[in-house]
Write a protein that binds this ligand. Structure first.
Ligand SMILES: Nc1ncnc2c1ncn2[C@@H]1O[C@H](COP(=O)(O)OP(=O)(O)OP(=O)(O)O)[C@@H](O)[C@H]1O
Ligand SMILES: [Mg+2]
Length: 274
């Protein structure tokens, strides 16, 4: 392929991405800086919280080498790839795309940044998303290539930065906040996950990871604090079993916190609060 053909293919893809995104009202990225703080849990449950408010939602699993969204939603099917288009999965009413369905369980995908970015571009250009109110991108940990690709191509208008309350996580979340600012993402909000655990035996609250780190970060940068999500063993168990806690236990504290977060995001959009 010569340079001209290459450029024309690139611009074809850019046109397709623009077309696809023109049907999606809001694009949210969920990121954190640090791994394992609950990005995927928040992404999945946020999608169903927004859906329960009557919105059409989709989840783009942008964690190309460590995709977890299908596991948390019990999706084991193969993707249906048409000639030039990909049909997303639909689970409990939300559309989902992930690399997980293309790699075998336990297999390592060792791809450099440009390859990972190429897949994300394809998820934006070739997937039949249709009309959506919210597309939520679940990002991998860190501040790497996928995040730059998403920022440039998907043009998110909300960054949800997830942190746990302890200092090491807040420190990394601060990097994520600064990255979101540099990328000029219009709205940025902070979520504190794994904040406090109610002992099922003595009923006392135990702050396993400390408390208040997320709120302090929000205050430091004058950003909306979207809420705290407690530790709940059911959130983990249900996640492992492919069922979002929001749908299985809508009255749990985790689900209530997620619904409040979804309402706050919607409020921030409607009232243009940054
Ligand atoms: N509030 C919570 N209560 C109990 N378990 C939780 C909670 N939030 C997340 N978990 C569990 O913690 C683990 C890590 O969560 P998750 O996979 O969502 O994090 P992540 O930030 O997406 O990780 P990675 O950086 O690897 O992508 C999962 O097993 C999940 O079920
Ligand atoms: Mg994850």
């Amino acid at each position: 392929m010569n340079n001209n053909e290459n450029n024309s293919n690139l611009s074809d893809q850019a046109i397709k991405i623009e077309e696809s995104l023109s049907k999606i009202k809001h694009k949210i990225v969920v990121f954190s800086g640090k791994g394992g703080v609950g990005k995927t849990t928040v992404s999945v449950n946020l999608a169903y919280s927004l859906q329960s408010e009557g919105f059409l939602t989709g989840i783009l699993d942008a964690d190309i080498t460590g995709p977890n969204v299908p596991k948390m939603l019990g999706i084991n099917d193969d993707l249906i790839v048409l000639d030039t288009q990909i049909i997303p999965f639909e689970k409990y009413g939300t559309k989902i795309i992930s690399m997980a369905s293309m790699i075998k369980n336990g297999q390592a995908l060792i791809w450099r940044g440009p390859m990972r970015s190429k897949v994300i571009n394809q998820f934006l250009s070739d997937v039949i998303w249709g009309e959506l109110d919210y597309l939520i991108a679940d990002l991998p940990p860190g501040t790497g290539d996928e995040i730059l690709t998403i920022a440039q191509q998907m043009k998110p208008d909300y960054a949800v930065v997830v942190t746990t309350p302890q200092e090491v996580s807040v420190m990394d979340a601060e990097r994520a906040v600064n990255m979101a600012k540099k990328l000029e993402i219009k709205h940025i909000g902070i979520v504190e996950n794994m904040a406090g655990f109610i002992c099922p035996h003595c009923k006392n609250a135990i702050d396993i990871f400390g408390t208040g780190g997320g709120k302090q970060l929000a205050e430091k940068y004058n950003l909306p604090f979207l809420g705290s999500i407690p530790i709940d063993i059911d959130a983990r168990k249900l996640g492992d079993n492919g069922k979002p806690i929001l749908l299985e236990k809508p009255d749990s504290d985790v689900s209530k916190a997620m619904k409040n977060i979804a309402c706050d995001i919607e409020y921030n959009f409607t009232n243009n609060i940054k």
